[in-house]
Design a protein around this ligand. Sequence first.
Ligand code: PLP
Length: 453
Amino acid sequence: MTQQTTADLQRLDRAHHLHPFTDFKALGEEGSRIITHAEGVYVHDSEGHRILDGMAGLWCVNLGYGREELVEAATRQMRELPFYNNFFKSTHPPAVKLAEKLSQLAPAHVNRVFFTGSGSEANDTALRMIRRYWALEGKPEKQIVISRENGYHGSTVAGLSLGGMAPMHAQGGPLVPGIEHVRQPYWFGEGREHTPEAFGRLCAQAIEDKILALGEENVAAFIAEPVQGAGGAIIPPESYWPAVKEVLARYDILLVADEVICGFGRLGEWFGSQHYGLKPDLMPIAKGLSSGYLPIGGVLVGDRVAETLIEEGGEFFHGFTYSGHPVCAAVALKNLELMEAEGIVEKVRDDLGPYLARRWAELGDHPVVGETRSLGLIGALELVADKAGGQRFDKTLGAGNLCRDICFDSGLVMRSVGDTMIISPPLVITRAQIDELVILARRALDETARRLG
Ligand code: PLP
């Protein structure tokens, strides 16, 4: 693509396109990078740069770019039946087959799925299901959902209310009522005066304290990502989930495990909940379900909730035009079949995850790195100004964004959340490409240190 074409596209982009999660004015001044094509773990921009996509698009292109099998599945289904709905009493083969496949892959107590078009819609659906469940159980006062500060559950009004992103709450106007937030198990960010294990238990205790303050008879559910993604690839201390499980069981509180990022192999199991031995009642899913090739999400519904909704139910007044869209469902099904056939999840668990852990940890010796962490194929490193004391850079320096931009310019997509740098590469990445990722990351850290020094 010529220089002229890039400039033209940037001009049109500025003139007409409002991007998600973007400062519109700043983008107007800087212009967008235009991604034109991709294969495997690499994306290409309109200026001819090849960039290693350390974020799998937006945590979603699990099977990598350019899979012809997915293109064929979409084409075939578009010819056969491009759309029909699943409302009322109709359905179609792709939705039914995908529902069956998900039930096979999910933990034994999960046998049903409600389809949506995205992860945000999945969390909206989960909220409605939780409240409906308790109403049908004769406990309509059980309405409150406990969530976590800095959790991310999407960008619809219910999604952002369930999430705990302070800047989103500040812009969101009145939030959905009946959602309460507790502290997050972010040891490096908020708990370093404790051991990680003690801090994990304190964070679980905060949930119990909140339940007691609200009255257990009013609390419907606890929602959390097994590993927080958008908050900064926050891997909780080992003590956290076992303690949370105990608290939820003690007060009979439903667990919603938001698997939008952790699902479909990211942590080396089909679902992040399985890594932590959780038994969630509801599991919102999206992203890796179709490897991002087409938009599709859903809520996996455990038997406890499903049986009440079915037996006691009546009509559930909820659904989306694109719930279980046939083309998206056909692509998702093919994606899951390929993941199974290629043993992707096992490879992440047994080979790539441990390999990344080893290589990624080597970056811990860098003068501007205060901590590295990874699990499966998700990882983070914390930028610090003072390695010995773990002191952060002055916020006004924008160290994280600087490092992110340096990465991008030198051929690596690594995202920043404040001064936390995060990666979540396609699950088909090879060991050699992990080596390349680590080399590029180290060079970017060197350059970041040089510019800030
Ligand atoms: N839940 C989690 C954990 C997510 O990370 C995201 C998106 O990043 C969502 C929900 C929202 O998904 P979507 O952007 O498809 O609405």
